[in-house]
Design a protein around this ligand. Structure first.
Ligand code: ADP
Length: 661
């Protein structure tokens, strides 16, 4: 405890003064009375009391009278004990007893009572004194309040120092240049042990600073020393070796101590800061930056970073390799330049407005842009994304251009091919339509031309069968009957074919046709046959007015109803129902029967010409009826289909444009 020593010295000094005084008066000491001694006591700066063996106060100097309670009333009547805090009475008694047993100068600490009644910590220096009145003791009472406070302050500051040393990431040092020119560390404070791993003495023993520099950085240390020798301070980062062998990155702040007279370096002082953690963090960041740069430069898309200066003012902050390769520019021609100055197409008001929109509305903007580049024409999908800083201000724009030249080229190719294909289909359709028409007119001509000779065959065969029957034997009669039958069937076939090929030949009308009227005509025409087969035909009201051609519409529904009559079940009375459903544009009419039904695999096929599911003996027919229906319906812009179950009946649906009025 340095301070204690200082204090002791101090007291000692006081005492020696006193002793000197005593010594000076030694010869006459015995003649000193309390009175003359009293004057002497006033020369002592501290409180001084002369007490008798029983503790009775014989003398007190002025300082004591001011300080201590009761003394003002007259010290002679008091005992020292009355000036001391009650808690310390016992201690006082013991200390005095010890002193009188062996009266050598000594000291003890006590709490005295101040004149205002408060306690004051004191140190009592006691020494024997022989006065004329007898053997006494002089007590010099020193107030320790200030001393204690300074001790506390010192301890606090020491504590603070230790604390700072413990948590500090740096240490301070000073070195001296010895006579042989060697630099020797002579003082350190702070986190020296934490940074080096050595105590001060071990460090010196190990060889000091120079021996603990990372070998690769020795040259750097040399340069530092050179600077210091030129009286220049050094602030730099260097690698040192910890006692355990690991590398510790430090930042040094070294200042030369310069002897101006002789122009020589006499020492160095400064600080060393542990920056290993920071270096590690920097390494991690730089590694991740390197990786990002690698990705940035490896991607095929053009990527760039722009700094936003003001509305419409953007400059290139970074561009990737693909950017340079595409534009044929060098990095220094781009970085820091205005976008419009580097890329002419980016200076158009439209593009500037897009940048501004991205900044203003804080949203990603896309557009396609065509540009002329040294690498050729490029169509790119441009994307601009704004970056906002913590205050929400848009400081940067990140842009990318994805090359879609090939995609656009392929799209254009596809569009062209599609157009060509459509053209070819149209041509082909026209050719087919022409061929179809030719075929139809051919079949019409053939059927028409066949009609006359057939009528002749049928007429003459009928005459033979009727008038000359008796002249023929049984075989001859059979043949003639067959000729009549076959010619009749052929007549039907030719009629049906003529009907089929006639559809639409003269063009079709598209006029409102009330289906009720058509159904009325059909009922009249088929009534007799219906009665013969005991069939019922029910028409569900109301039937719509459709848009079409009366003759064609008649053909459609008479065909369907006739088929229902033909393909009925022999053992079940025939029921035919015509019903309808309509929306604003179309009418759907259904012709249902309870006939023999149709296998589902023939639902489509029966609409082909000559497609029959039965022999002529079972059910007579030509296989042209439904083909005629389909052709007619389609001519009117409608459609026809069937739903059926074998043995349960069939539903033929016809969808036709409806008269909206
Ligand atoms: P056709 O009746 O002259 O044979 P279609 O073209 O009118 O010729 O009919 C084709 C085939 O469809 C018929 O042979 C028949 O097998 C079947 N078919 C048509 N309508 C019906 C129906 N209502 N019920 C059962 N089968 C039918």
């Amino acid at each position: 405890m340095q301070c204690k020593n200082i204090f002791q010295n101090d007291i000692h000094f006081e005492f020696s003064t006193f002793n000197q005084v005593q010594r000076r008066y030694k010869v006459t000491e015995m003649q000193f009375s309390t009175q003359t001694y009293g004057q002497f006591l006033e020369t002592i700066p501290d409180a001084a009391l002369v007490i008798a063996r029983d503790g009775k106060i014989l003398l007190a100097n002025g300082r004591a009278c001011v300080l201590f309670i009761h003394l003002s009333t007259g010290p002679e009547k008091l005992n020292l004990q009355e000036l001391v805090s009650e808690a310390h009475h016992e201690m006082l008694a013991r200390s005095l007893e010890d002193f009188w047993n062996d009266p050598v100068p000594g000291s003890f600490d006590l709490m005295f009572l101040r004149s205002d009644g408060s306690e004051v910590p004191t140190r009592v220096e006691i020494q024997q004194l022989e006065l004329r009145e007898g053997l006494c003791a002089i007590c010099i009472v020193r107030d320790l309040t200030e001393f204690n406070r300074s001790i506390e302050t010192l301890m606090e500051s020491e504590e603070r120092y230790h604390m700072i040393s413990a948590v500090a990431s740096d240490y301070m040092f000073s070195t001296r240049v010895h006579g042989d020119g060697k630099l020797v560390l002579n003082w350190v404070a702070g986190a020296f042990e934490a940074i080096t791993g050595f105590t001060f003495d071990d460090y010196i023993a190990h060889g000091g600073w120079r021996s603990l520099i990372y070998p690769e950085d020795l040259a750097l240390d040399d340069r530092h020393l050179e600077k210091l020798k030129r009286n220049q301070p050094v602030v730099d980062e260097i690698r040192t070796l910890h006692k355990d062998g690991r590398i510790v990155w430090v930042r040094i702040y070294a200042h030369p101590v310069w002897n101006a007279k002789n122009q020589v370096l006499t020492g160095i002082y400064g600080a060393v800061q542990d920056i290993t953690e920071r270096k590690r963090a920097e390494e991690i960041i730089s590694a991740s930056e390197k990786r990002l740069t690698l990705i940035f430069d490896a991607v095929n898309d053009v990527i760039f970073l722009l700094t936003v200066e003001s509305e419409g003012q953007v400059r290139f902050a970074a561009v990737n390799q693909a950017f340079l390769a595409t534009t044929g520019l060098r990095r220094e021609q781009v970085i820091g330049q205005r976008v419009g100055d580097v890329l002419p197409q980016a200076s158009s008001p439209l593009v500037i407005e897009r940048y501004n929109t991205a900044v203003r509305e804080n949203k990603t903007i896309h557009w396609d842009e065509a540009s002329e580049n040294p690498t050729g024409k490029l169509v790119g999908e441009v994307t601009i994304t704004p970056y906002r800083n913590e205050e929400g201000k848009c400081t940067h724009l990140v842009g990318s251009v994805h090359d879609i030249t090939e995609i656009r080229r392929a799209e254009a190719e596809i569009t062209k091919l599609n157009q060509e294909l459509e053209q070819r289909v149209a041509e082909r359709t026209e050719q087919l339509q022409t061929a179809n028409k030719e075929l139809e007119s051919f079949s019409y001509s053939v059927s028409h031309d066949l009609r006359a000779p057939l009528r002749a065959i049928n007429g003459f065969a009928s005459i033979i069968a009727r008038r000359h029957r008796a002249a023929l034997n049984a075989e001859g009669q059979h043949y003639v009957d067959n000729v009549v039958l076959a010619s009749e069937r052929m007549g039907l076939l030719i009629d049906d074919l003529l009907t089929y090929s006639r559809i639409g030949r003269a063009g079709v009308r598209h006029e409102p046709v009330p289906l009720e009227e058509i159904m009325g005509s059909i009922i009249i025409d088929l009534e007799t046959r219906l009665q013969q087969i005991h069939g019922i035909l029910k028409i569900e009201d109301p039937l719509p007015v459709i848009i079409g051609d009366r003759t064609v519409v008649y053909q459609i529904f008479s065909n369907l109803i006739e088929n229902a009559m033909t393909y009925r079940k022999s053992d079940v009375p025939l029921k035919i129902l015509v019903s309808s459903r309509s929306d604003s544009k179309k009418a759907m009419i259904c012709v249902s029967d309870n006939g023999i039904g149709i296998p589902s695999e023939y639902f489509d096929k029966i609409f082909n010409i000559f497609q029959r599911l039965h022999s002529d003996d079972e059910y007579p027919g030509t296989g042209i009826g439904l083909a005629t229906v389909k052709k007619s319906v389609e001519l009117l812009g409608g459609s026809v289909w069937v739903e059926s179950r074998i043995g349960e009946g069939s539903n033929f649906f016809v969808k036709l444009p409806r008269n909206g009025r």
